[in-house]
Design a protein around this ligand. Structure first.
Ligand SMILES: Cc1ncc(COP(=O)(O)O)c(C=O)c1O
Length: 467
């Protein structure tokens, strides 16, 4: 390459680096195998019950665990804590509407509060809520209202090894059949972007347009569960024909205009440590939801949030759609997933946006689903390497509303990557530990549940190893 070429184009390098440098650090505490074995036993073999200081690399969730930017911390200083009409609220509302131009924005302390408010108004016995795949809190809030939560993701999504660019897509045929037969019982159709419980897989713009058209045809409202909207839009930008010249914000705005409303956990893509919202166009429904908001969250210009939280989120929303950040973000997840795949560890393919999902059913095939292979794998990753992950399988989804227990469609262990938090060497360590545990997977024992609550049992259940 000549000198002139370098001056005009610059050479191309393949290493995608973190588009930030570190500004303040948090220490990690090293522990021994014996200490971790004791800690997990004392936690009833439930990783949610560990003390975080006993965890080395915390991949339990990407929710609220990301690093805030300098500009977010600076925005916090502008937090105005007026009870009503705070300027922080107006900045937050404008930032939300810039990407999601819904008529009404209702702030909540996190995503499940938005779900609780919405489903307490539109749910109820006899109703059915379709979704590509309900997230655990969404399913629980639908079911708590007495309604049925029905997953209608495409069949390809249930084959963990199959590569499909938009494995989070809704099965439009199944949705149409349901709408044709039961439209009057469907208070809303949901699409979760990206599809967290189905492997963090994206939904294509074409599929979202298809859902929107069907919903309009049958006059049923269409809602987004949009926690990872920016990551989903990045996949659309990269993988969908005709989308690569558009900005991420533009793609996000189109997705929003195809829907009638959204629930949101701002603890994901908008880089919040806390926060969420419900947004919608229907004035009457918004009025009912605001009444519920005042009852359970707070006044409509702060919901469950402090003014400083609203400021951090307004800034975070701007950072979430930056292409340099999204390129790095999606590449970091793929880096971990591809290395594990190359080492022979079964992972959900292709690699999702915010996490890598290990296929515990394939890896621990000596265990029955109700011996909780995902839980066994997650516990081993903690004991061996201090890595905390999350079971997304029969522990999370096995208990049915009628009290019976049924194996989940997949037995996954999610390694969720907090945003802007860990470096490549942390991830290299994770690769080493997971590979080691996978190579010794045949020796892992199953677990039984010895105590559990009636709903969302994975958060607090107690386990024992099966003798
Ligand atoms: C897809 C999806 N929906 C809803 C939620 C609930 O949000 P929150 O944890 O803020 O209540 C989550 C959280 O992980 C999620 O991933």
């Amino acid at each position: 390459m000549g000198r002139q070429y370098h001056q005009v184009m610059g050479p191309t390098f393949h290493t995608i680096i973190e588009p930030f440098r570190i500004h303040s650090v948090e220490p990690l505490r090293m522990t021994t195998l014996e200490e971790r074995s004791l800690a997990v036993e004392q936690a009833g073999y439930n990783l949610f019950k560990l003390r975080a200081q006993d965890v080395l690399i915390d991949l339990l969730t990407d929710s609220g665990t990301g690093a805030m930017s300098r500009d977010q911390w600076a925005a916090i200083q502008h937090g105005d804590e007026s009870y009503a009409g705070s300027p922080s609220w107006f900045r937050f509302e404008a930032a939300v509407k810039e990407l999601f131009p819904f008529r009404h924005v209702i702030p909540t302390h996190q995503g499940r509060a938005a779900e609780r408010i919405l489903f307490s108004v539109i749910g109820g016995p006899g109703k059915i809520v379709p979704n590509n795949t309900h997230f655990d809190t969404t399913r629980a809030n639908v079911e708590f209202s007495g309604a049925e939560a029905r997953d209608l993701v495409i069949a390809e999504a249930r084959d963990s090894a199959l590569v499909h660019p938009f494995k989070g897509n809704m099965d439009l045929g199944a949705l149409e059949t349901l709408l044709r037969e039961k439209a009057s019982s469907i208070p809303a159709v949901f699409v979760t972007i990206t599809n967290n419980s189905g492997g963090g897989q994206p939904v294509s713009l074409a599929n979202i347009r298809g859902v929107s058209e069907l919903c309009r045809q049958y006059a049923v409202p269409f809602f987004l569960d949009a926690c990872r909207f920016a990551e989903n839009a990045w996949f659309i930008h990269e993988r969908e024909e005709g989308q690569s010249d558009r900005s991420i914000s533009d793609i996000v705005r189109e997705i929003a205009t195809l829907a009638d409303g959204m629930t949101m956990s701002a603890k994901k893509d908008p880089f919040g440590n806390i926060g969420g919202w419900l947004a919608l166009n229907d004035d009457e429904l918004a009025e009912k939801c605001r009444s519920m908001l005042i009852l359970t969250e707070g006044f409509p210009t702060y919901g469950g949030l402090a003014g400083r939280d609203l400021e951090a989120l307004a800034q975070g929303l701007k950072e979430a759609v930056q292409p340099d950040y999204l390129r790095y973000r999606i590449r970091s997840s793929a880096y971990l997933g591809e290395a594990l795949d190359a080492a022979g560890v079964p992972v959900v393919k292709p690699i999702g946006g915010h996490a890598v999902y290990l296929d515990a059913k394939a890896l621990l095939s000596h265990l029955a689903p109700l011996q909780y292979p995902g839980q066994a794998l997650a516990i081993a990753l903690y004991e061996v390497g201090g890595i905390r992950s999350c079971e997304i399988g029969s522990v999370m989804f096995g208990r049915q509303p009628d009290g019976s227990e049924r194996p989940a469609a997949m037995e996954l262990v999610r390694l969720a990557i907090p945003r802007r938090t860990y470096t490549q060497s942390h991830i290299d360590y994770v690769i080493e530990v997971v590979t080691y545990v996978a190579q010794n997977a045949a020796s892992l024992r199953g677990y039984q549940i010895v105590q559990e609550p009636p709903a969302l049992r994975h958060f607090t259940a107690q386990f024992e190893p099966i003798k």
